[in-house]
Structures are given as C-alpha cells and as structure tokens.
Design a protein around this ligand. Structure first.
Ligand code: SF4
Length: 189
C-alpha cells in the first residue's frame, strides 16, 4: 500500500517514489527535511492547547496521529490530526512552508479523507492545511474532481510500483537541478 505522503511526492516527481520503493537507492534526509520534521512535531504538540477557532469550529474532538489502512484503496497512513464533529471527520495536515498549497498537498489531504470514510464509516467532506510558518489555515473541499484525481494517482503509483516500471521524469526539468537523485536519472540533465 502506498501512503498519502507519496501522493505529494508523486506530484513532485513519480521517480522519487520509484527509487524509494523499487531500488536500494538511499535518499538521505536533508537539513531542510529534518527542520520540517521537527517543526511538524512541535506544531502537533502546540495544537493540544489551541481552540478550534482556526478551523471555524466551536465544538469538535481532536484525535492525534491517527493510523489508518485500507486494502481496497491501496492506502495506509498516519493523519497528523483528525477533528470529529458528529458523523463528520476532517483531517488536518501541518506543513513547515511559506509556499502556497499545491496539487500534491491537495491529493495528500484528500487521501486522508478517503481513508477516514473507508475505514471509520464517517463522512469527510473537507480537510484543513496549516502552514506553520505563515500561521495560515486553508480549507480544502474534497469535491468529486479532487477525489477522482486522487484515486487515479493512487492507482498509477500502485501500478508502476507493483510492475517495478521506471516512470517518466517530471515534465518540469527545473526540479532536477537541485534533486539529490539526479545521478540515478540518466535521461535528465
Ligand atoms: S532528477 Fe528529476 S526526474 Fe530524476 S528523480 Fe529528481 S526530479 Fe525526478
């Protein structure tokens, strides 16, 4: 099973997943990754004492580090925070970034929503994306278009990983310049 985080990586470049899943190539943690991981952990701790105001909610129950897996979806992952209100549940993702939300983030969050619905029997109409640096929260609606895009990406990743098929490189060649995997991609320079 793939993880929602891999949907974000897929949107960046499918080959990142291929190298991690299908080859012995070791991708070392960069200083930036380590910094992001620490900020992420710090934010999860702080969230325990906050109100739900930033989510536009008055009432709700917080659940931290929710681990879910669903065979039919081919997905498993850990949700930073899940807020439940009645029979609805909203996943929350923290990101240590000043950049705006992108398609990979949207699919990652939507994948958590799909997991919640499949495994917990709750409805997940939307999620929240927190930029911990900008102190901004964005609402992400899980509409049909996003759900279809996310399901299609999950299938494509599972297909090339199970077939051990080397996927095409990212069409945005600029990403390759700073990529630590460039020495393993012979067809991009
Ligand atoms: S070098 Fe380019 S194509 Fe290869 S993994 Fe990195 S971003 Fe993807």
């Amino acid at each position: 099973m793939i993880t929602p985080n891999e949907l974000r990586q897929y949107d960046y470049c499918p080959r990142v997943i291929f190298f991690e899943r299908c080859t012995p190539v070791f991708r070392r943690e960069t200083a930036r990754m380590e910094q992001g991981r620490m900020a992420h952990d710090r934010e999860s701790l702080l969230e325990h004492d906050r109100s739900l105001q930033r989510y536009g909610l008055h009432l709700g129950e917080r659940h931290f580090a929710v681990i879910l897996a669903n065979q039919a979806l081919g997905l498993s992952g850990e949700i930073d925070l899940m807020i439940t209100v009645g029979n609805e549940a909203y996943p929350v993702e923290f990101k240590d970034t000043t950049r705006d939300i992108n398609n990979g983030h949207l699919m990652q969050l939507c994948a958590y929503g799909l997991l919640i619905e499949a495994e917990l029997g709750l409805t997940s109409p939307r999620g929240y994306w927190n930029s911990t640096r900008l102190r901004e929260t964005q609402v992400v609606e899980f509409d049909n278009k996003l759900r279809k895009r996310t399901l299609k990406a999950i299938k494509e990743i599972n297909d090339f990983v199970s077939a051990e098929r080397f996927p095409a490189p990212t069409p945005q060649g600029g990403k390759c310049i700073d990529c630590e995997l460039i020495n393993f991609c012979g067809d991009v320079r």
